[in-house]
Design a protein around this ligand. Sequence first.
Ligand code: C2E
Ligand code: CA
Ligand code: CA
Ligand code: CA
Length: 284
Amino acid sequence: IAMYEAKGAGRNLVRFFDPEMQRVVAEEASLEADLRTAVDHGEFELHFQPQVTASGQVIGAEVLLRWPHKVRGLVSPAEFVPIAEKTGLIVPIGTWVLRRAVGILADWARNDALAMMKLSINVSAAQLHGAGFVETVLGAIDASGARPECLKLEITESLLVRNIGDAIQKMSALQSRGILFSLDDFGTGYSSLSYLKLLPLDQLKIDQSFVRDLPEDGNDAAIAEMVVALGRTLGLNVIAEGVETIGQKEFLQEIGCDQYQGYLFGKPMPLDQFEAFARANAHS
Ligand code: C2E
Ligand code: CA
Ligand code: CA
Ligand code: CA
């Protein structure tokens, strides 16, 4: 940390000044300003990453946000979602994602080949715990004619730690209407395993950090086996994310993993591409 004397601000006053920290703060502030404009102008796009069975049959897709920025190019959600969460902008963004996804499901419900395709959307803590979440989801479904059992909400463990009672209540209300829940990034959080039996879940998602070094890494192999066994015991299906190689897929299949997502099967892609992909692989 560099120390500068604040000239003219009093004789003994010094200010601490870290140029790197200042750069990060300024960068975040400028992203935040652009993010607000993007929300107002609806500048976001969605990409769709296939989720498949062991035989390669497409079950649906995870919906992933994309932000094409006029200067920065395509900004990764890993960069702007944390800022959107800090500023509360994730709530209007998340509502937009939800309405778009439900609209797509409604189109598909009237389309023989795609009628059973599911969409999985990421839900942030601020969104789930925010006012009117259950009503927003059910309102979107009822207004559109989408099938509730084709909408899956991905929540993370860290989200649950904040207010488990509120989460259980809202998830139960939605699950009783047929909506599915997947526990994302499973194994990376700090929540107690005892939460698992309290939560109205349908799916566990093995985080890609445990998939990356399969099958060679013995610890990751043991964790993946444990998650699949846990899913079986609790009556939940298990999906692995970040599957990039045949070796990873074969190991996961051997231990009984139900579903797969990763570059091996398909990268996140625009809607028209996903629809073509799904039509071609709906019954393999
Ligand atoms: P996530 O939910 O864990 O999503 C999986 C991420 O892994 C995605 O990154 C996806 O593109 C990437 N991925 C998929 N397959 C592979 C693979 O085989 N190899 C590798 N290396 N990566 C793979 P993405 O799209 O950059 O999204 C990053 C994160 O941003 C997501 O992580 C999620 O936490 C958040 N996010 C994305 N869309 C939304 C959204 O609509 N709402 C909220 N709240 N968060 C979102
Ligand atoms: Ca996810
Ligand atoms: Ca994930
Ligand atoms: Ca992850």
